[in-house]
Design a protein around this ligand. Structure first.
Ligand SMILES: Nc1ncnc2c1ncn2[C@@H]1O[C@H](COP(=O)(O)OS(=O)(=O)O)[C@@H](OP(=O)(O)O)[C@H]1O
Length: 461
């Protein structure tokens, strides 16, 4: 439309004012309408995008439930009301399960914000907190090492540490290299894996690496490949044993197969504790580390045969063809599944050798860590250098602490600090304990009969 020049003639000033006023109103209203239209289009686009995303997520979960994609952490809190909320951190999903008459079913499913996984480093660095006077032998100088200059340069970061220079002197011309772990502490989470790992670290032939590697369980790390994993390992010599610990390896059913790809003779250590206490310790841990928003009392929604059967089925059929897979616990509650020891061991035994597995009782670690360390030495093939003599009981902490053998370590005494021992000051009501205990009873029995042959009656938390 062509624009035209129009001359408007008003009768008087009053009419001009009135017309101008109404034209201002009209232009204001049209501006508001335009803004509203733009906003509605924006909202519609957003809603469309979101619902598409939501549909996609639902489809992924429904058609191709990939344990890996939800296998990060699935934590929940179990309250003493009849609602149980499970918030997953790897899939943006909130499940609300309504528990009625002791049974639970998924009542409502809706989207929740994506909560990225917290990179968890639970291992406290073994730094002496109670140093005592020591006779420290002076470290040899770099130029005193019997290896080529070029190697000294390449490994200068490694040789920066006096202890490593001493190790090099002891190994003559051998050049240290990174090796895949020969031993892996796979769990169980919250059963004293950090204490075990650090106590082992005081043995001069056991080579550890800080933190937890989460290679076989976390999709992002697994995708980086074996070279990445190898690179995470410490430098070691041929007479040393490399190990790592990631307690989340234990209950992820796809992990053992992946470990077998690396080395089907890898040695596995699993330290197990009272599963009822484990669940509670895990529950407290989830509240702090994964920042599960709500906290409540630990309770178990009925412990029917059916639930037990579902859980078992879940673990035995996780890798069945898509059409046959059963996901009764679509978002498995790791607070509870983490303690189903015989199921996890069976999964490891499918891909790795039972004779290469050491099952430890966490009660023994708390009561007599020296004895446990001797068992570990025998299993890993190193000398029994850390024994009962290297531990003392710390009344305040309520745990044994380490007094490393002076002849092999210049580090001072060591106690696990920080967040370890969290469960000490918490109580759980007897009724709840009894329910959860009932849930675990058949699994504990299977553990005793098939794998440990130990009487687990002492698990009376
Ligand atoms: N010596 C010693 N010192 C401190 N703590 C000890 C020790 N031995 C066993 N424990 C118990 O270990 C529990 C933590 O287990 P983990 O180290 O396996 O936890 S984690 O999976 O690495 O998060 C921790 O559980 P919480 O009490 O819930 O913190 C302790 O009860």
């Amino acid at each position: 439309m062509k624009s035209q020049l129009v001359a408007i003639r008003y009768h008087d000033k009053e009419q001009r004012r009135a017309i101008r006023r109404s034209s201002r109103v009209i232009s204001g209203v049209s501006k508001i309408i335009r803004i509203m239209v733009a906003l509605s289009v924006g909202v519609l686009c957003f809603v469309f995008k979101e619902s598409r995303l939501h549909r996609l997520q639902r489809r992924t979960l429904k058609d191709d439930y990939n344990y890996e994609s939800v296998g990060y952490y699935e934590y929940g809190y179990v309250s003493n009301t009849n609602l149980q909320k499970i918030q997953t951190t790897s899939v943006p999903l909130l499940l609300t399960r309504r528990i009625e008459n002791g049974e639970f079913s998924i009542a409502h499913q809706n989207k929740l914000e994506f909560v990225p996984e917290t990179q968890e480093t639970t291992t406290t660095s073994p730094v002496a907190n109670n140093s005592s006077p020591l006779t420290v032998t002076t470290s040899p100088e770099m130029n005193g090492l019997a290896i080529p200059e070029e190697m000294k340069k390449k490994l200068s970061e490694f040789y920066k540490i006096g202890g490593n220079r001493r190790r090099q002197v002891a190994h003559g011309t051998e050049i240290p290299k990174k090796r895949f772990p020969q031993v892996i502490i796979v769990g169980a989470k919250k059963c004293g894996t950090s204490a075990l790992k650090i106590f082992m670290n005081y043995h001069p032939k056991l080579r550890d690496t800080p933190g937890e590697k989460h290679f076989f369980n976390r999709p992002t790390n697994w995708k980086m490949g074996f070279d990445w994993y190898l690179n995470q390992m410490p430098y070691s010599y041929s007479d040393e044993v490399t190990y790592e610990k990631t307690p989340d390896y234990f209950d992820r059913p796809f992990v053992p197969e992946r470990m077998a790809q690396m080395n089907d003779s890898v040695k596995i250590i699993s330290i197990m504790c009272d599963p009822v206490h484990r669940a509670y310790s895990h529950f407290l841990h989830a509240g702090v580390v994964q920042k599960t928003k709500e906290k409540g009392e630990l309770s178990m929604p009925g412990c029917s045969e059916e639930i037990r059967h579902h859980v078992k089925d879940y673990y035995s059929r996780w890798d069945a063809p898509l059409s046959e897979r059963v996901y009764p616990l679509r978002i498995p509650d790791v607070l509870l599944t983490g303690g189903l020891y015989p199921l996890h061991i069976a999964q490891y035994a499918r891909y790795l050798k039972l004779e290469n597995m050491l099952f430890l009782d966490a009660s023994e670690l708390t009561e007599n860590p020296g004895k446990v360390m001797r068992k570990v030495a025998k299993f890993t093939g190193v000398e029994e250098l850390i024994t009962e003599e290297n531990f003392y009981f710390d009344e305040e902490k309520g745990f044994y602490c380490m007094r490393p053998p002076r002849e092999v370590s210049e580090r001072g005494d060591f106690c696990l600090a920080g967040d370890k021992g969290r469960s000490k000051n918490h109580t759980v009501d007897d009724k709840t304990k009894e329910l959860v205990r009932k849930f675990y009873a058949p699994f504990n029995q299977e553990l005793t009969e098939k794998y440990t042959h130990q009487n687990n009656d002492h698990w009376k938390w």
